[in-house]
Design a protein. Structure first.
Length: 357
């Protein structure tokens, strides 16, 4: 029965993915990790898409048996940590965003030049399951990277095309990493300074571009368009000065509010166009924004179509082994304030791909 459910969900997700694969040159998403405010470790991301992904937030307890889903030599594991993840298209086969009970965060973003590794003998984890694999088994960035060396991300196809992605990790100690697959090799940028991620070009080129701008010693003013290179520059600049938010006693902002102002300034408006390619392209709009408090284990969310604004106190959720999987539709317009009591079980349309077959 589980096998039938798995096939059905995979087929639905493949059809939906295929519908927007041709639009991938519209490039999307921004991640900012604020690990220098002296108070809390906060990470925020914008999800930019050209189709409504109908996000559902799932609460997964520890102790769940899972497998990587690869056709040959799939990884198998029992989750050591509970997690809160955002899934796509209701019964989707994957998640691009999440935080676990140890304070590890995971994010997947589009990167056009991605070329994944050739399949080898390591245990495999399908691309859509990889974030949950890391959140299930790792407490820190270093733990997660060790798992990535020991296993292999197996890309998933939709209409014969692979979703090109790179990944960001951060933890409650302030550590961070960006992982990209370029030319069939896994490139890892590991350190507390790697706090921003957007899209094309690859990460090393984004870093080398920064010194051209005023915030980083150059002469150019901050670029204002929605191009991923421009967003990378602005996000890096705003993080470098964001701590000044605490210096104005007349406003008395908190760190969460301050980071929200920064990540929202990187949103892509509906209908906005970027001109970095040969032909102007309408960019993917920002559908939702998520912010994770890795220190206090809280998850904040706002959906631009539903116009909601809510948060989840993870300390009020049950992540113990044997606890039920729970879920909450993130695009409900009535969501406001702290909503941990609104999660329900059994979950609607539990994504079987995240469970063992």
């Amino acid at each position: 029965m589980k096998r039938l459910a798995f096939v059905g969900l995979l087929s639905v997700a493949t059809i939906i993915l295929a519908a927007f694969f041709p639009l991938f040159n519209a490039e999307a998403c921004t991640r900012m990790f604020w690990n220098t405010n002296g108070q809390v470790m906060l990470v925020a991301r914008n999800m930019d898409l050209d189709v409504d992904d109908q996000p559902i937030i799932y609460v997964f307890p520890k102790g769940i048996s899972r497998d990587g889903g690869a056709d040959v030599n799939p990884a198998t594991w029992i989750s050591q940590y509970g997690s809160v993840v955002v899934t796509h298209w209701g019964a989707s086969t994957g998640s691009f965003e999440g935080i676990n009970t140890a304070g590890l965060g995971f994010h997947a973003l589009y990167l056009g030049p991605t070329q994944y590794e050739n399949r080898d003998s390591r245990p495999g984890v399908l691309q859509g399951r990889y974030g949950e694999y890391l959140l299930d088994n790792a407490a820190t960035v270093s733990d997660a990277l060790q798992l990535m060396y020991q296993t292999q991300l197996v890309p998933q196809l939709a209409s014969g095309k692979v979703m090109p992605q790179h990944f960001a990790l951060e933890d409650a100690s302030g550590d961070s990493a960006v992982i990209e697959f370029i030319g069939g090799q896994m490139n890892v940028y590991h350190g507390t300074g790697y706090t921003v991620l957007t899209n094309d070009p690859p990460f090393d080129q984004q870093i080398s571009n920064l010194p051209r701008y005023q915030y980083f010693g150059g002469g150019l003013p901050l670029p204002g368009d929605i191009d991923p290179t421009s967003r990378f520059v602005r996000a890096s600049a705003f993080l470098s000065t964001l701590k000044a938010a605490f210096s104005n006693p007349a406003i008395k902002t908190d760190a969460i509010s301050a980071l929200f102002t920064a990540i929202r300034s990187l949103m892509q408006p509906f209908g906005a166009v970027f001109f970095s390619g040969d032909t102007p392209v309408t960019g993917w709009p920002t559908l939702w924004t998520a912010l994770s408090d890795l220190t206090n284990k809280a998850f904040y969310f706002t959906h631009n179509l539903a116009r909601n604004n809510f948060w989840i106190d993870m300390r009020k959720l049950d992540f113990q082994e044997g606890a039920p999987i729970q879920s909450l539709k993130a695009d409900r317009p009535d969501l406001a304030g702290e909503v941990s009591s609104l999660f329900t079980s059994p979950s609607p349309a539990i994504p079987s791909l995240l469970l063992s077959d």
